[in-house]
Design a protein around this ligand. Structure first.
Ligand code: ADP
Length: 310
């Protein structure tokens, strides 16, 4: 499968690197407004390929996307000193107006995978700009937050994260909701497993895991200025599900007609991902507190998206 990546900065190039190492794509094409950057990133990634796979990696202009089944949108501008989040969002919306038009001109039937932040809002903007069905415009959403939740729970219990089924819902950001009430390990509830392995999930443990999930990005940004390896691998994971028609359950952001009483809003819930993008939504069984929190998260996103001019 051929994969396009528009935006060859840290996130886009990390996704390209992950894809190339995993050997998921036959070809990866990087496009950036700064063509010199795209060329340099493509060469650097291409030098890693002979050790791991046979993916072809190159930098092209938009016409080079022809034949791509999936295009990652990772282009964006960074916040200027003193700039409000909404002003930044307006500038990123303008970038997407340019990018989405150029991509669709060449590959009108591609699945679009949105990585630029705020990812839920950018996903909804992309649906508006593209006119594509919501199931083919997928935001990376809480895929990483969910991975972190599973990994921290697994570490506490001494069980592989792959056997921990727990999801982070809603906004990829401050209002996200850790769905504790329906978390399972194997087929058992958390409380059952915690009792059997002798690792109680106390209020303190819960608070630490919540903090570890919710504030992971802030901590990484404080230490190194940006986050990109994790999301790069997460994007490659979504593409693997599409390329191999895996029907995997992943938390990704898609515009839903209605979520928890809020209409027409993009956020993350578990969804089945296969060759056509999102095949089915799997709305989780939540307790009252989690339902309220998801309603708040959806309402916040809706307010923001309505404030953006498209
Ligand atoms: P991140 O850490 O989110 O990847 P970067 O600033 O490293 O952020 O990367 C964003 C990339 O998006 C930059 O390489 C920039 O040149 C690119 N970009 C910005 N605007 C456009 C545009 N209109 N078309 C194509 N690429 C763009």
């Amino acid at each position: 499968m051929k994969v396009g990546i528009v935006g060859a900065g840290m996130v886009g190039s990390s996704a390209g690197y992950a894809l190339a190492l995993m050997g998921i794509a036959s070809s990866v094409v990087l496009v950036d407004r700064d063509h010199g950057l795209a060329v340099a990133q493509a060469e650097d990634i291409a030098h890693a390929v002979p050790f791991m796979s046979s993916t072809m990696v190159e930098a092209r202009d938009y016409n080079g996307l022809a034949g791509a089944s999936v295009v990652i949108l990772a282009a964006g501008v960074s916040q200027k000193p003193g700039e409000t989040r909404l002003a930044l969002l307006e500038r990123n919306a303008a970038v997407f107006r340019d990018v989405v038009g150029n991509v669709l001109r060449v590959v009108p039937n591609a699945i679009l995978l949105i990585a630029s932040n705020p990812v839920d809002i950018m996903t909804q903007i992309t649906v508006r700009l593209s006119g594509l069905p919501a199931s083919r415009v997928i935001g990376s959403g809480t895929i990483l937050d969910t991975a972190r939740f599973r990994s921290l729970l697994g570490r506490h219990l001494g069980i592989s994260p792959q056997s921990v089924h727990a999801y982070v819902l809603g906004e990829h950001g401050d209002s996200e909701v850790l769905a504790w009430s329906n978390a399972r390990v194997g087929s058992l509830s958390l409380a059952d497993v915690a009792a059997q392995v002798g690792s109680a999930i106390t209020a303190n443990v819960r608070a630490q895991i919540d903090d570890g999930v919710r504030n992971a990005a802030y901590k990484i940004i404080k230490g190194k200025g940006a986050t990109y390896y994790g999301i790069g691998a997460g994007l490659a994971r979504i593409i693997k599900a599409i390329a191999q028609d895996q029907q995997d359950v992943l938390t990704v952001s898609v515009v839903n007609a209605e979520i928890q009483g809020v209409s027409d809003v993009a956020l993350s819930i578990p969804r089945v991902i296969g060759a056509d993008g999102v095949m089915t939504d799997l709305f989780p069984d939540l307790d009252v507190g989690e339902r309220d929190a998801l309603h708040r998260s959806a309402s916040l996103l809706k307010e923001t998206v309505e404030a953006v001019t498209i």
